[in-house]
Design a protein. Structure first.
Length: 611
């Protein structure tokens, strides 16, 4: 009796779940994708799988010319039910798998497959597969497993089936043009267990930015000179060459632990799989050369080293305000290229405007397509007088490597209406009136005295010697003040002179930021900020454009100013330390502190010698 009741409850519970699952199925638009290798070898059998989500009513197979279909389509489906906060959802996946045979060399295309589910339908994009004449990786693996003994196994692991490669998307570029450098490990029939002693390359003559990489290495098939390898991406960087000529990328190094099968004298051990041995392989990539072309002549006056494709926008936080009130001029340069190396464009502001320090904001995303996003400059302004003012169109020039030409952009001019600060003036006038009233209270009425003889007490100042001396002195002071203002305005318009004067101030500010990062133990940020301080000081102090910064240009500029060799070597040594530390993590606080002291000391001494 109890067993019957239990069976009845189970049946009711199962029916309830079935009803919930059928009445609360998650609605989705049907989608389908293809899963297949990009490269195969002649004589290889491989699988092509079409994956569709949702319930499928009809599957229309694609064309598969160039391959022999040996099996398929084999259908399969999976169902997943989840209950979240009492809501039951169900997802269904259908698969259609073909087994194909590659019988000849060439590039062949798997056509579009289509599925239908009621009135909804989906299809895949054509998928290209390259068929090459080469050794099948499985054959290589079987040959390796047949090698007997540890020494033979080690030799099998070093037969060229495992190597480290550095590939570039471009090997001939303009100075400042972006290059994508990818370091991959190529394996053919090897069982890779782990990586050790990773040494990334140094990019002398380049400004580099690392790309985000997945935590796990995913291997995909690639055709390398007619041989199929499993390629795994280790790291990838964006490189921006900062000097022209033929530049060399130093090799990467890595130790790879490979597991190989060894033959044992015990026949039973061989029968049940045999034993395995870990072999250490030291891999080193080949050096790669890049031809960097110099930028053509005839650059616009507003060009400061921007290379890529950009646009510029300008806006004011307020364009109607009262005198002595603040507004912010925002300049945004967006696009794709060397955004982090773009300098603030020159802005011709009215004389009556007071300008404060610019705030720079970067929103840059690094990807395989390069560095894209924007760099924004926010300039606080305070007009000191009333009137209608116009900020002329802001000019920005860049070099477009796609066209090989310079391009000049203009941000629209900005109009500002400034009203008189009447409230402040009324307050001032009323306070002055109160002071005058207090001063002359009781003294503005004088009694007339009679019977007194009038006599001249003092001579008038007008016409006297003192009058003319004061007059001449005032003229001299006015002339001196006028000459000083004229010189000050001229100097403020001299960009080179202003950068030279502010070089030490900017460098000290960046050194201060480096010191804070040093205290926090942020080695990467410390060396990046210290490197910007050194290059920025050199560019501003010696008037070297950012695009032309290099060790050679620095040495030549110092030599022209008769700077002693020890100071030059110390300056370049600090730059080398920073460049090396960015790709050799593990520097301690003491070493960072030593580099910081050298940087601060050499900038201080150069400031006394470079004028």
């Amino acid at each position: 009796m109890l067993n019957k009741i239990a069976i009845g409850f189970k049946a009711m519970f199962a029916a309830l779940i079935a009803v919930l699952c059928t009445t609360q199925v998650l609605a989705q638009n049907i989608r389908m994708e293809i899963q297949a290798p990009r490269v195969v070898t002649v004589g290889e059998m491989f699988r092509v799988t079409f994956v569709a989500n949702g319930n499928v009513d009809n599957f229309i197979a694609p064309s598969m010319e160039g391959f022999v279909v040996t099996a398929g389509p084999v259908q399969g489906n999976t169902s997943n039910v989840s209950i979240i906060n009492g809501k039951v959802t169900q997802s269904v996946t259908h698969t259609f798998t073909y087994t194909l045979y590659a019988e000849k060399e060439g590039k062949f295309t798997i056509g579009s497959a289509k599925v239908k589910a009621g009135s909804d339908e989906a299809q895949t994009q054509p998928f290209a597969i390259e068929c090459v004449k080469g050794e099948d990786p499985r054959t290589a693996q079987q040959q390796q497993q047949q090698q007997g003994g540890g020494q033979k196994a080690a030799a099998a692991a070093g037969d060229g089936s495992l190597y480290l490669g550095l590939t570039l998307n471009k090997t001939e570029v303009y100075r400042g043009e972006c290059i994508v450098a990818a370091t991959k490990i190529y394996s053919r029939g090897n069982s890779i267990r782990s990586f050790e002693n990773v040494k990334k390359p140094t990019y002398n003559g380049f400004w580099s930015q690392d790309l985000d990489m997945p935590k796990e290495i995913n291997f995909t098939r690639e055709n390398v000179n007619g041989v199929v390898y499993d390629a795994g991406l280790l790291w990838k960087q964006l490189l921006f060459p900062q000097q022209s000529g033929e530049l060399t990328l130093s090799p990467s190094e890595i130790d790879v632990i490979v597991q190989v099968r060894t033959r044992s004298r015990d026949m039973f051990e061989d029968f049940f799989g045999g034993s395995y041995q870990n072999i250490r392989r030291h891999l080193q990539s080949k050096t790669v050369k890049v031809k960097v072309k110099d930028l053509p002549g005839g650059a616009p006056a507003s060009f400061s080293g921007a290379v890529g494709s950009f646009k510029i926008e300008a806006s004011l936080s307020k364009n109607q305000l009262v005198a002595n009130d603040a507004t912010t001029l925002t300049i945004r340069i967006s696009g794709n290229g060397n955004l982090k190396l773009i300098n603030e464009p020159k802005v011709n502001l009215p004389v009556d405007f007071e300008v404060y320090d610019t705030k720079t904001t970067d929103a840059i995303k690094n990807s395989d397509a390069g560095a894209s996003g924007y760099r924004q400059f926010e300039i606080p302004l305070i007009p000191r007088s009333a009137g209608e003012f116009t900020i002329p169109a802001i000019e920005f020039a860049y070099f477009n490597p796609a066209t090989g030409k310079y391009a000049t952009l203009y941000a629209k001019e900005q109009t500002i209406s400034v009203e008189k600060d009447t409230k402040s003036q009324q307050t001032y006038a009323s306070s002055e009136g109160r002071r005058e009233g207090i001063k002359f209270l009781g003294k503005d009425i004088r009694f007339i005295k009679t019977g007194e003889k009038l006599a001249q007490q003092d001579r008038l100042l007008f016409g006297s010697t003192a009058f003319y001396l004061i007059y001449i002195a005032l003229i001299a002071i006015f002339a001196a003040l006028y000459a000083w203002l004229k010189k000050h305005r001229k100097n403020s318009q001299n960009v080179v002179l202003m950068r030279n004067r502010k070089a030490n101030k900017v460098a000290k500010k960046r050194l201060k930021n480096s010191a804070q990062l040093l205290k926090m133990g942020n080695a990467q940020g410390f060396y990046d900020e210290l490197l910007r301080a050194m290059w920025g000081y050199l560019s501003d102090k010696l008037n070297i454009p950012v695009a032309e910064l290099s060790r050679e240009s620095a040495r030549e500029a110092f030599a022209r100013r008769s700077i002693e060799e020890p100071y030059i070597e110390t300056f370049l040594s600090v730059i080398d330390e920073c460049e090396f530390a960015r790709y050799a993590p593990g520097s301690g606080r003491k070493e960072m502190a030593h580099v910081y002291r050298d940087a601060a000391d050499v900038i201080s001494k150069l400031e006394q010698r470079v004028r």
